[in-house]
Write a protein that binds this ligand. Sequence first.
Ligand code: HEM
Length: 498
Amino acid sequence: MDFEVSSWFQSVLGFLFFALTTSFFVASIMVFVLRLKPCCKCETCQTFLTSSWLRKFSNLCDWYSHLLQNSSTGTIHVHVLGNIITANPENVEYILKTRFQNYPKGKHFSAILGDLLGRGIFNVDDDLWKFQRKMATLELGSLSVRSYAFDIVSSEIRCRLIPLLSSVAGKDNGVLDLQDVLRRFSFDSICRFSFGLDPGCLNLSLPISKFAEAFDLASKLSAERAITATPFVWKLKRFFGFGTEKQLKEAIKLVDVLAMEVIKHKRDMGSNQEDLLSRFMSTVDDDKFLRDIVISFLLAGRDTVASALTTFFWLLSSHPDCLENIRGESDRVMGRTQDLPNFEQLKKMPYLQAAVHESMRLYPPVQFDSKFCQENDILPDGTFVAKGTRVTYHPYAMGRNERIWGSDCLEFKPERWLQNGVFKQANPFKYPVFQAGPRVCLGKEMALVEMKCVALSLIRKFDFHMATPSQQPKFMPGLTATVRGGLQVLIQERGSQP
Ligand code: HEM
């Protein structure tokens, strides 16, 4: 009898627990859905929901650029996404600097990227962020680290990149996917710099390393979480472990195993080395935390540089005058025979600096970036921001905004960055390609040196022609912009017959 009562009691408890959990779940979904105004009838939301923007624009960023250009405040609200998007420099300064504390990455962002990035610098706020920021600033800012990075990049260009392109250029039909080559190049460089280990991806006869492949898939699937209008769908898929969430889990598992191997290997080698990981290992004991740090730096330094270089070469292929200006400037500074520039020579090439900045104005590697509002607020343009709203600043749309860059904003004109032949830095809140304010990119200088070094070495030695010249780069959703289908180029040694 006792047994029957207790089992009856257990069933009731079980039922109550189930009913409570289900109601809580349904209520959460309802609150979430109601906050997003799923039935919003405004034109922007309807165009978004019906995907009718696709009739005029080939990618979402171009549609947003159009809306932001036509908005009197430079700000729009996509109610169904709970997302305020701005291309107004005053708002950007307010979010990234003036009211920095009110616009953290927040829990939503951490949830989206948490499985891949863990507690790495990109994914945290407050003390965890401050600690990594301080450590990384000391390391990335020091002259010795910069020259260490410069040596790695130079040796990667001289010993691998140039020989590889020369071997392709010597063939009858010297076509290769330049984006793939640049991604392999930047993966090798960032791994050598961050971990002191060489994955050797630039050897095209080798399959791309398992680490790079798993990392690519994990970043792509994580980014896709961020663009769904209904986050509970991916959360549900993750809970039940199916579809893309299953794939993501497997990719992250592989990334984890390989990252842990890197850490173990470093421990075995002793920590008296110059790379970034060795420096972090001298202060951090927790292997899981080290893994997160490793992954964040990989993400920061790999795809961004590859993306920026890919679009730079694409733009140069249709701007031969600009290409000749870069060659002329470098001949004056380096002479005609020197293959790679040195650190000092790079500083004497304002046109190259201008061209690289101009390319990222039109094609920023990080096309948009979001924060989450902590407390109700009003932006400088009068937009009300409710607590919990996602606020996005949009470097891609800002680069194409007439109010910021004038009526010729869609043209590629490096000259706009020069005043009497001297490079003039833009206000970082008008050009937040590297973000701005307290969380400004820590690798900016390193990235610019790397890009200029690669661009110059290749431009001076080779001619590039797009294998499909009219094709505009089409970007895939991802944490950084990637050209769909790669960038097929015909490559020839300069001076040789086409
Ligand atoms: C063209 C190349 C690059 C671009 C356009 C770029 C852009 C950015 C952007 C937009 C952010 C802010 C991201 C966010 O908070 O969500 C960022 C942060 C960061 N970047 Fe870069 N980046 C580049 C290269 C690099 C390189 C080569 C490194 C280092 C090896 C690096 C290290 C970092 C770090 C550590 C942060 C985090 C800063 C923080 O949260 O305090 N970046 N970068």
